[in-house]
Design a protein around this ligand. Structure first.
Ligand code: ZN
Length: 98
Protein backbone atom coordinates (compact mmCIF):
# COMPACT_ATOMS: atom_id res chain seq x y z
CA UNK A 1 0.00 0.00 0.00
CA UNK A 2 1.20 3.46 -0.90
CA UNK A 3 1.32 5.88 2.00
CA UNK A 4 -1.39 8.51 1.78
CA UNK A 5 -0.05 11.95 1.09
CA UNK A 6 -0.87 14.00 4.23
CA UNK A 7 -2.30 16.64 1.91
CA UNK A 8 -5.34 14.43 1.32
CA UNK A 9 -6.06 14.45 5.03
CA UNK A 10 -5.92 18.22 5.38
CA UNK A 11 -8.95 20.30 6.24
CA UNK A 12 -8.35 22.54 3.21
CA UNK A 13 -8.42 19.59 0.81
CA UNK A 14 -11.59 18.16 2.31
CA UNK A 15 -13.28 21.52 1.93
CA UNK A 16 -12.18 22.12 -1.66
CA UNK A 17 -12.90 18.51 -2.63
CA UNK A 18 -16.49 18.96 -1.48
CA UNK A 19 -16.78 22.21 -3.45
CA UNK A 20 -15.55 20.51 -6.62
CA UNK A 21 -18.03 17.65 -6.16
CA UNK A 22 -20.85 20.17 -5.78
CA UNK A 23 -19.63 22.18 -8.81
CA UNK A 24 -19.57 18.99 -10.94
CA UNK A 25 -23.00 17.98 -9.58
CA UNK A 26 -21.55 14.81 -8.01
CA UNK A 27 -21.05 13.39 -11.45
CA UNK A 28 -18.00 11.95 -13.23
CA UNK A 29 -16.96 14.52 -15.85
CA UNK A 30 -15.37 11.91 -18.15
CA UNK A 31 -18.44 9.71 -18.13
CA UNK A 32 -20.55 12.79 -18.80
CA UNK A 33 -18.45 13.55 -21.90
CA UNK A 34 -19.23 10.05 -23.15
CA UNK A 35 -22.90 10.68 -22.54
CA UNK A 36 -23.07 8.50 -19.45
CA UNK A 37 -24.29 9.55 -16.06
CA UNK A 38 -22.13 8.25 -13.24
CA UNK A 39 -23.01 9.57 -9.83
CA UNK A 40 -22.55 8.57 -6.22
CA UNK A 41 -25.51 6.23 -6.61
CA UNK A 42 -23.56 3.90 -8.91
CA UNK A 43 -19.89 4.62 -8.27
CA UNK A 44 -17.26 5.98 -5.97
CA UNK A 45 -16.41 9.54 -6.94
CA UNK A 46 -12.94 10.94 -6.55
CA UNK A 47 -11.51 14.39 -7.16
CA UNK A 48 -8.61 14.35 -9.57
CA UNK A 49 -5.77 16.84 -9.99
CA UNK A 50 -5.59 17.58 -13.72
CA UNK A 51 -2.00 18.72 -13.32
CA UNK A 52 -0.67 16.23 -10.86
CA UNK A 53 -0.14 17.22 -7.28
CA UNK A 54 3.45 16.04 -7.21
CA UNK A 55 4.34 18.16 -10.27
CA UNK A 56 2.26 21.22 -9.45
CA UNK A 57 1.91 21.46 -5.67
CA UNK A 58 0.98 25.15 -6.06
CA UNK A 59 -2.21 24.10 -7.89
CA UNK A 60 -3.23 21.66 -5.16
CA UNK A 61 -6.21 23.75 -4.09
CA UNK A 62 -6.95 25.44 -7.41
CA UNK A 63 -10.45 24.44 -8.43
CA UNK A 64 -9.63 24.96 -12.11
CA UNK A 65 -7.13 22.15 -11.72
CA UNK A 66 -9.63 19.79 -10.13
CA UNK A 67 -12.35 17.59 -11.58
CA UNK A 68 -14.67 14.86 -10.42
CA UNK A 69 -13.94 11.38 -11.76
CA UNK A 70 -15.46 8.06 -10.85
CA UNK A 71 -13.09 5.44 -9.54
CA UNK A 72 -13.06 3.62 -12.86
CA UNK A 73 -12.10 6.70 -14.89
CA UNK A 74 -9.59 7.73 -12.27
CA UNK A 75 -7.85 4.35 -12.46
CA UNK A 76 -7.99 4.49 -16.22
CA UNK A 77 -6.30 7.87 -16.21
CA UNK A 78 -3.45 6.78 -13.98
CA UNK A 79 -3.23 3.35 -15.58
CA UNK A 80 -2.82 4.87 -18.98
CA UNK A 81 0.10 6.99 -17.86
CA UNK A 82 1.91 3.93 -16.51
CA UNK A 83 1.15 2.06 -19.71
CA UNK A 84 2.66 4.80 -21.84
CA UNK A 85 5.79 4.83 -19.74
CA UNK A 86 6.14 1.07 -20.08
CA UNK A 87 5.64 1.28 -23.81
CA UNK A 88 8.29 3.94 -24.10
CA UNK A 89 10.68 1.92 -21.98
CA UNK A 90 10.14 -1.12 -24.16
CA UNK A 91 10.82 0.99 -27.21
CA UNK A 92 14.04 2.37 -25.70
CA UNK A 93 15.16 -1.15 -24.78
CA UNK A 94 14.57 -2.34 -28.30
CA UNK A 95 16.65 0.45 -29.73
CA UNK A 96 19.34 -0.24 -27.22
CA UNK A 97 19.52 -3.93 -28.02
CA UNK A 98 19.27 -3.41 -31.73
ZN1 ZN B 1 -16.33 7.93 -14.98
Amino acid sequence: MKKTNPFYLSKEWRKIRKEVLVRDHYECVWCRKRGEVTTLASATLEVDHIKELKDYPELALDKDNLRTLCKKCHNERHGRIIFEKQKKKKFDDEIFHW
